[in-house]
Ligand binder design. Sequence first.
Ligand code: AFP
Length: 289
Amino acid sequence: MTDVSSREDDVVDAVVETLCAAAPSIRAGLPGRRVYEEGTNPSGERQMEADTYADELLLKRLRPLDGVGEYASEERPDVIDVGEGVSVALDPLDGSTNLKPNNVMGTLYSVYDEPLPTGGENLLAAGYILYGPVTTLVAARDGVVSEYILESGVKRPLREELTLPDDPAIFSFGGRVNRWFDEFEAFASETERTEGMKLRYGGSMIGDVNQILHYGGVFAYPAQTDAPKGKLRQQFEGFPIGYIIECAGGRSSDGETSLLSGTPEGIHDRVPVYIGNDSLVESLEARLD
Ligand code: AFP
């Protein structure tokens, strides 16, 4: 009899390999797709041609995989039934507004052993492919984060057991300052004045979180006065990033508790996101309490 968890492990491997293999096509498809589509995505945000291109390409590549049951993406309203097995949730092109100024963006994935929408405790694996000066994969699974460089869609190990540096160096806060709640503004202002800390914000969550993973620090897309749940999507962004950061020894929070303890009611629900070095996110949580 085949062990269920080892079968799921094989499916997760196949999903990650498929995403890696699609990376060169996604990259190659970007130059001609830096313009907006007519409509908006299910969260009411404008979509670029590159967003829908990446979404359609990834669905096409993942659909035939044995052991994948559901596909969901930030770019489409409903979960797609593709067979029987694990559920894959994607932000096919996180940070696509960075196409215009030619800054970093990436593909963010999370794999669950339950139908979507589902809670963070049902994650099997999460990670992202970053389209920077080089293409890299950061993959988290079983409490371990590994980094790879992708060449022609094939991964070569760069770093095993990636952990957040002990000394935080970067802060990266999204949203509009005049819409932050006072408690968050107080934390931001204290962080700005902390010796050794400097601001780096690029507008793609994956790119910004990747800096925190490599240099240490804190990233937030906070609750705002006009958006109490912030901007980022729980299923597609909050869970995978919380999982990766916690696997790397950091802390994630929705302002009260770990990002991973939440359960969305709808696939496109939003959540405030606070991640980074344990001490910083803990003191932020204390302020927001
Ligand atoms: P796009 O994918 O539409 O560019 O949105 C990216 C994102 O969801 C996330 O990756 C960023 O952290 C956040 O939006 C940036 O939002 P601001 O433009 O408000 O800084």
